[in-house]
Design a protein around this ligand. Sequence first.
Ligand code: NAP
Length: 310
Amino acid sequence: MEKVDLLIIGAGPAGLTAGIYGVRSGLNTLVVEEKLAGGTAADAPIIENYPGLGRISGAELMQKIVEHCRMLKVPIKEFEKAVSLNLMGVEKIIKTDKAVYSAKALIIASGTSYRELGVPGEKEFKGRGVSHCAVCDGPLFRGKRVLVVGGGNSAVATALYLAELASEVKIVHRRDAFRAQESLINDLMAKGNVEVYFNTQLKEIRGETLVDKVVLLNLKDGEAWEMPVDGVFVQVGETPNSQLAKEAGVEVDENGYIKVDIRQRTSIPGVFAAGDVTNYPAKQVGAAVGQAVTAALEAYGYIRRPYYYA
Ligand code: NAP
């Protein structure tokens, strides 16, 4: 069993920030990440609300944060997935698919996964016209017709990005207004090749080998109709990656987000959480970074008990 002071699960904006603060405060710190470092923030086509960097792609921003971690020698183990947690003792035991760790404190920064719609054709055509990531798959639809589903910031940002590549972008949302930031909506409305369908629900994705049409339902008049498309980008929110924490006894809210207090403490002493996996309402890179700073400072206090820590 490998012993560390602070173990961090997840290498998105929150986990990497906690890693920077952990190392700089002298804690023997380790970040484990089941995929590549970056998190879902790396999929964001454009980020223009992170202070100081103007307009930057999510991939570039996360690359900069990863490079910063490397400069400070933050140990990051990629492609190592946490598989179980035992959090009841003083030492927190974290089992991954590669090793077992004992940590004095744990920060859970495991983020979220893309929510699925659960309509016929969505699973069957994944990778053959259905995608959750415009930055990853958008270039395959250059000059083609794409549909974006959803009404939040992710859906509008995805549609904006695809408008530069695809010949036509349609966006369907089940309500009569978006819930995205006004500047994103204004940018979207200014695009000549984007059409918005409010009060509309995606019912089915169809095709032969590849997607070639969708069935939509007009929620106002109950009429179902077909729209020919080559690609469907599903952007209907996220679900928290909190299952392991929940199984280990960490309290979560009714939607599965880990409950934290103002000091990023969870219901279990020595276990902190930061970023999109928590019930903190603002799901923003800047918010995740801020929460991670608090979590790491708190973890330091919890482990080292300096005179000023209460
Ligand atoms: P979101 O804000 O939760 O929006 C999800 C959208 O999908 C909503 O419009 C929702 O409709 C719709 N939806 C959910 N389930 C659906 C279903 N079964 N069928 C049809 N539509 C469905 O999620 P998000 O856009 O993925 O963003 C996630 C979080 O990251 C948010 O807090 C967001 O603000 C943040 N984010 C911020 C930025 C930015 O600051 N630029 C960029 C990306 C993401 P209803 O409106 O009817 O609920």
